[in-house]
Design a protein around this ligand. Structure first.
Ligand code: 4AD
Ligand code: MG
Length: 450
């Protein structure tokens, strides 16, 4: 295997072929597929930016080039030279008239690449995730994920939110004690992997005004659903003097910005993934996201049940189940913001509604097309006494929360924030069945390999 320190002049990527029409380029990639009919070979190359089909007539190339390609094994690494030719029928719009090939590593015939192009089962694919990532669809998803992450951070950066990174090792729970990953922490006893940066960015918000955090979060979720990971990435804004209405407007602007950026940059990728973009275009079209109170959502579910549209009657006071969320979100083209849940079913830190203290000033944003909750957020309790009694009522360790209570003791202000799980957002935007395909290496209840 040779490496090169200088960049060849005619080096291109498959994504950039359109700017080299009629010219000879050099591509560094892998053999993705190979078809042949006698004296004609059709090798498909991929290089991480896309795929392109090569055309190799026996008469047009040297014997050595023809034989090398004819006998090349799938996923062998190659450096290919060829002339770029526009072809309207080609998925990328171009084909490559191959002129030369240099094999960087040929996979021996005895140990073929384990993932064949025919459909393999999901368990097999997850077991070979390190290789599965190479298929065009998986690569396309990861490119869209990268844009979603960049757009999410960009939205807050350009709206004067300061990024402040909370710790990952924490002494206490944020989102309920039943889902904590625990570890020994020297002589101090136990530490836990963070479930959310929220409590810490409430502190940085009171220091800096408007902040956000963006990093991995962990939930020892025993649930085996298509929406749950044990490790996922969350982006969380937190702002002083922001109320629930302002928070909902912030979430609306945030999601619109992300979808707009994906539509701008990824029409080809979304096509490879098989996502119908008209659904996404409706998100960025003019018009506000619907806002629905918990009570109205409950009534909507009862009506649907009465008409036989959903199986179970929603029980007032319960959280919404997956079929409930699917039904609600399917009633609207845009994400739905369900606000003011019964305080009882929600987190200890949520501010009660002054108009009806049995309700929390909170919001869950449900993505369209049945993707369910992608954002959860709320206004925070700002009174010292109320927060203290909440911590007691939830049987949380008061010692560990002293610093959090200090925030209500020294210059407390009304403040709000939300968290969005990146993987749920990717699943929705790409139209994926399961969050396991939204992150390079998913961590779930029954998988930690590779
Ligand atoms: O609704 P959650 O639990 O809210 C919080 O953690 C708040 N502290 C956030 C805040 O107000 N700053 O989680 C927020 C989001 C969910 O809406 C979902 O998108 C994602 O995090 N999420 C998960 N994603 C994948 N797998 C899981 N197990 C998830 N749990 C939550
Ligand atoms: Mg939630």
């Amino acid at each position: 295997m040779s490496t090169e320190s200088s960049t060849p002049q005619n080096l291109s990527t498959i994504a950039e072929l359109s700017s080299h029409e009629g010219k000879t380029v050099l591509l560094r990639g892998w053999l993705y597929n190979l078809r042949s009919s006698g004296k004609l070979l059709f090798p498909t190359f991929r290089d991480g930016s896309g795929t392109v089909q090569g055309i190799v007539p026996k008469a047009a190339v040297s014997e050595q080039v023809f034989e090398t390609l004819k006998n090349l094994t799938l996923e062998s690494s190659v450096v290919v030279t060829g002339r770029v030719r526009a072809d309207a029928r080609a998925p990328s719009g171009f084909e490559l008239d191959v002129e030369g090939v240099e094999v960087t590593q040929r996979i021996p015939d005895e140990t073929p690449y384990p993932i064949q192009l025919k459909e393999a089962g999901v368990d097999f694919l997850m077991e070979h995730r390190h290789l599965w990532l190479r298929t065009p669809r998986q690569s396309a998803i990861l490119r869209v994920r990268a844009t979603i992450m960049r757009a999410a951070a960009e939205f807050f950066d350009t709206n004067d939110f300061i990024r402040t990174d909370p710790p990952i090792l924490t002494p206490n729970a944020c989102e309920g004690t039943s889902e904590l990953f625990e570890m020994d922490y020297f002589d101090d006893g136990k530490a836990y992997l963070t479930q959310s940066g929220q409590l810490y960015i409430e502190a940085t918000a009171l220091a800096l005004g408007k902040v956000y955090s963006f990093g991995p979060t962990f939930r020892a979720e025993k649930s085996k659903t298509r929406r749950h990971l044990t490790e996922f990435w969350m982006i969380e804004p937190e702002a002083c003097y922001l109320d629930l209405d302002g928070l909902m407007s912030l979430a609306e602007g945030f999601l619109t910005h992300i979808v707009r950026r994906v539509l701008e940059a990824h029409s080809k990728d979304l096509k490879v993934i098989g996502k119908d973009v008209t659904k996404l275009e409706e998100i960025v079209a003019p018009g506000a996201f619907p806002r629905l109170s918990y009570d109205d959502a409950h009534q909507m579910l009862l009506d649907a049940h009465a008409k036989g549209l959903i199986e179970n009657a929603h029980v007032y006071g319960d959280d919404f189940g997956s079929p409930d969320e699917t039904y609600i979100s399917n009633q609207f083209a845009k994400p739905v913001m369900v606000h003011r849940y019964p305080a009882e079913v929600k987190a200890f830190y949520m501010q009660p509604d002054p108009g009806d203290p049995t309700k929390a000033l909170c919001v869950d944003v449900l993505a369209p097309e049945g993707y369910g909750e992608i954002i959860g957020g709320s206004q925070r309790v700002d009174s010292y006494d109320l927060l203290k009694s909440r911590i007691e009522a939830h049987n949380l360790p008061m010692d560990a929360f002293q610093w959090y209570l200090d925030l209500r003791k020294y210059g407390s202000v009304p403040h709000s924030g939300f968290g969005m799980g990146i993987e749920r957002c990717v699943a929705w935007i790409c139209g994926l069945d399961h969050v396991r395909e939204t992150i390079p290496f998913a961590r779930t209840l029954n998988r930690i390999y590779p």
